[in-house]
Design a protein around this ligand. Structure first.
Ligand code: MLT
Length: 213
């Protein structure tokens, strides 16, 4: 893949000199863009560097990170190509912005959580951890990736209209089988985020092994 093929429109917010040595990779939901999750990232881990790409696929004008054939039915070829492009973008942006020594933690919501899960499963050494808000199973890996001790927070919702609880259990099982340390937070409502989701992610990121050094 050429550099041009892995270019993403994005926003980068550098960390202040004394900030945690952590970069949050912010991945928006369908119809969002690179601005969407900046306030959430600032709230979750103040002072972290923020790298926020815009999904390159348009569905009726709405940016997404990969194509889907229907609600919850993914175009797996496109998912593979877009996940590879995102991994390449993240590596080159980390070099360009001087972030190579930082921990890299993905914060994804909905479609962004799904590509973050795909990144974990296909590029297991790229991320130091991930917060997945309302994720589904992006695909079922043939071989287990090595995610030994990678911490992952799954923030699921009991009345999610899009993601059923079996998807959450299956994703948790796939990640745990690969060695990841999975924590699940259950929000009582639907697909939208609630204050409890933000509080759970903030608390999870404040644990020493996660975002804070
Ligand atoms: C997806 O397509 O990634 C999921 O269905 C979530 C969504 O974007 O609605």
């Amino acid at each position: 893949m050429t550099a041009a093929e892995s270019t993403f429109i994005h926003r980068f917010v550098p960390a202040p000199p004394a900030g945690p040595q952590t970069t949050l990779l912010l991945l928006h939901g369908t119809g969002g863009d690179e601005q969407d999750l900046i306030p959430l990232g600032q709230q979750l881990l103040p002072g972290a560097a923020l790298l926020s790409p815009r999904g390159r696929v348009l569905e009726q004008g709405m940016p997404r990170f990969f194509r889907r054939l229907a609600e919850g039915v993914f175009d797996l070829d496109d998912l593979k190509v877009q996940t590879g492009a995102l991994a390449q973008f993240v590596s080159s942006a980390s070099r360009k912005y001087g972030l190579l020594d930082n921990k890299l933690i993905a914060i994804g919501y909905s479609n962004g959580a799904n590509i973050a899960a795909s990144l974990l499963l296909t590029h297991p050494h790229l991320l130091s951890g991930a917060v997945l808000f309302r994720p589904m199973v992006p695909f079922r890996p043939q071989l287990n990736p090595d995610l030994k001790d990678i911490p992952v927070l799954l923030a699921a919702a009991r009345r999610d209209q899009i993601v059923n609880p079996q998807q959450t259990s299956e994703l948790s099982r796939i990640l745990t089988t690969a060695g990841a340390r999975v924590t699940i937070h259950w929000h009582p409502g639907g697909h939208e985020l609630g204050p409890d989701d933000v509080a759970a992610a903030k608390e999870w990121l404040s644990r020493p092994v996660q975002g804070a050094n």
